[in-house]
Design a protein around this ligand. Structure first.
Ligand code: FAD
Length: 277
């Protein structure tokens, strides 16, 4: 299938992009790497008269590590996150997760902004961003605001982002030195979305745990983090298994998904514990 016809816009600054969204309302959508949106348009699950390409907006590019945080602009690709030297040292869990997304062709074009803004429960970055306590910067007609990743996801494909807002950057606090981390993903084959995936960070007396594709939204469980911070691995697994709400689909029935979730989470915790200094 090819998508229905649309008008293509290529603004060079954020204000112009927002202006086009305001002008065309429901008929317009921004496009980043196009690796989620174009397939949806081809399948006629999205029908848009105007696409606003963000590729020519320089302000949406670049990774900065300063002042105790990492700032990743929305149009940074998954490939750039994998190859950025400073990021690999400062926050290696991002590289570990990005390497497990799809395949190199998708990662060359797919952006971090598109991955987190899309609201697809199968995407890997939203759960990871909840684990590392990221904040999303949104710019719209009313100005700039920030939303915590842990408060951003409302339901499948529904987020706290307004229709005329653009996600411009992601801010992540640097974990304390010596933290242990792991991103573990079970998928049916290379290039597939997760059957279950787990992001785990363990610090001194702290821990954070989130899982992907086991509910309508990513699941960050405060209780799982609290139990893990106390060294109670089985308590953490039990808390997370109580928080997820998987649906039966072509990746398997509910009981299978819960089983896989437990296996993947235990593996992620074990690897994060080994890495913790
Ligand atoms: P686009 O497709 O351009 O946009 C996606 C949505 O987000 C659109 O609604 C768009 O309007 C909106 N959007 C994009 N950028 C912004 C912004 N800055 N502000 C506001 N809204 C914005 N992903 C995974 O996580 N894990 C996988 O295993 C995986 N496997 C894949 C396998 C295949 C074969 C393919 C084609 C894709 C796969 N993906 C996977 C999805 C891929 O990572 C996408 O590239 C990504 O989810 C979306 O990023 P994008 O830049 O392509 O966004």
């Amino acid at each position: 299938m090819i998508p229905a016809g649309f008008e293509y816009h290529r603004p060079t600054d954020i204000a112009s992009a927002i202006g086009i969204l305001q002008q065309h309302g429901d008929e317009a959508r921004v496009i980043a790497g196009g690796h989620s949106l174009i397939p949806m348009m081809k399948l006629r699950m999205a029908d848009l008269a105007h696409l606003v390409d963000l590729q020519a907006i320089d302000d949406l590019r670049g990774i900065e590590i300063a002042g105790g945080e990492v700032r990743i602009a929305a149009m940074v690709t998954q490939h750039e996150m994998i190859t950025h030297e400073g990021l690999g040292t400062a926050l290696p869990i991002l590289r570990e997760a990005a390497l497990q997304i799809a395949d190199p062709q998708v990662r060359y074009l797919g952006t971090v902004g598109g991955n987190v803004a899309n609201g697809d429960p199968g995407n890997d970055m939203p759960g990871l961003m909840q684990c590392v306590d990221a904040r999303f910067e949104l710019v719209g007609p009313e100005g700039t605001r920030e939303v915590a990743a842990r408060a951003f996801y409302e339901a499948a494909y529904f987020t706290a982002r307004g229709d005329e807002e653009i996600l411009t950057q992601i801010r992540i606090p640097l974990p304390a030195p010596g933290n242990g981390y792991a991103y573990e993903k079970q998928k049916r084959k290379i290039g597939d979305y997760a059957t279950a995936a787990a992001a785990v960070l363990i610090g001194h007396g702290t821990a954070s745990v989130a899982m992907t594709n086991l509910a309508d939204t990513p699941i960050w469980s405060e209780d799982a983090g609290t139990a893990l911070a106390d060294g109670d691995v089985e308590g953490a697994v039990a808390a997370m298994l109580g928080a997820i709400d998987p649906m039966a689909d072509n990746r398997g029935p509910v009981a299978f998904k819960k089983h896989v979730a437990g296996v993947i989470l235990r593996r992620a915790i074990a690897r994060a514990q080994q890495r913790a200094g």
